[in-house]
Design a binder for this molecule. Structure first.
Ligand code: APR
Length: 308
């Protein structure tokens, strides 16, 4: 294939991203990890699935960042996963070191690439990647809102016993405790959610979505969610590689939109061949805007903790 995706971190999220990229025949994939044998072994295993999963993508694994040379797009998943009782924010400093190191290598070996950050705490790690690579803001974004939105869609569909694919939803804000679900932009087969589900149940579904990651961590006991996070990420990979101009909530760099600047936070954006091509400014109600800005203030605090 003539497209190349580099996945940093061959753990649960990284390997699932590699699998979905290969299965969608989107690009060749190289996985990079510090663990010797793990990226190589998973890559070989994934390659051997090709004949029956109907793909010919080259999937390789390496411990050497040099092998990401020529990547069109880099997915950053390396980092420590959340353990039970650990908040996303607990991960802040440990993962900042990992993201900083990866950013230096991406800048060196794939200086023209687009970068999608998945490592948590998401909005802060995406800002860190942006600053450390020095890439233009349209080339660096974070995967968060799309995962929160698909979780919300799933719970709405489960509530009514309808097709998940017929539910459309928009979730803004930070990934985690400061997420801002927007029920009034949620529709089921085109019908606004408020006409079909009570306000009380919508609130319960919003709360469950906000705690969506934690619910899975609690069940798994070790490790965190990866199927849906990887699937959400690959939607973004596809939007960029195929120039789809998809409207996707993602962590983008704000320069005054929604009354905030110099930070990354979840907003709806158009994603295509130029990366984040446009940030869409919704007319939010006062309460919604307050929540979003509160989310932003929280992140400014965390950014200070890693030296910004
Ligand atoms: N360079 C490359 N790989 C690294 C580095 C590094 N500096 N540091 C750690 N890794 C690798 C680990 O060896 C491991 O294989 O990152 C991988 C992380 O995989 P998992 O522990 O399975 O974590 P995963 O579930 O994939 O989550 C990764 O995504 O959703 C977020 O919160 C999650 O931040 C976490 C990230």
């Amino acid at each position: 294939m003539n497209r190349k995706v580099a996945v940093i971190g061959a753990g649960n999220v990284g390997a699932s991203v590699a699998q979905y990229v290969a299965e969608a025949n989107l690009a060749d994939v190289v996985m990079v990890d510090i663990l010797e044998g793990i990226p190589q072994g998973k890559a070989l295993d994934l390659t051997q699935a090709g004949p029956v999963r109907m793909y010919n993508a080259h999937v390789t694994g390496t411990n050497d960042y040099k092998d990401i040379e020529g990547a069109d797009l880099v997915v950053m998943t390396a980092g420590l996963a959340r353990k039970p009782g650990m908040s996303r924010e607990d991960l802040l400093k440990a993962n900042a070191d990992i993201v900083g190191g990866a950013a230096d290598n991406i800048k060196k070996f794939a200086p023209k690439s687009f970068v999608i950050v998945v490592t948590n705490p998401l909005d802060i790690m995406t800002y860190h990647m942006f600053k450390r690579t020095g890439f233009e803001a349209n080339r660096v974004c974070g995967q968060a809102g799309i995962l929160d939105s698909i979780r919300f869609r799933t719970f709405v569909a489960m509530e009514l016993g309808v097709a998940m694919t017929d539910v459309q939803a928009m979730v803004l804000g930070g990934h985690g405790d400061t997420m801002v679900p927007l029920p009034r932009y949620t529709t089921i087969g085109g019908v606004p959610i408020g006409e079909l589900i009570s306000a009380e149940r919508i609130k319960a579904i919003s709360d469950r979505t906000r705690d969506g990651g934690a619910e899975i961590v609690k069940l798994l006991k070790s490790g965190s969610a990866y199927y849906a996070p990887a699937a959400a990420t690959v939607e973004m990979v596809k939007a960029i590689l195929l120039d789809e101009k998809r409207v996707i909530p993602l962590s983008a760099y704000l320069t005054g939109q929604y009354g905030m600047k110099d930070l990354y936070i979840g907003v709806p954006a158009v994603l295509g061949a130029h990366g984040v091509e446009k940030i869409l400014e919704l007319k939010l109600g006062k309460d919604e805007l307050d929540l979003l800005q509160k989310s932003g203030q929280t992140y400014k605090g965390f950014l200070k903790e890693i030296g910004y």
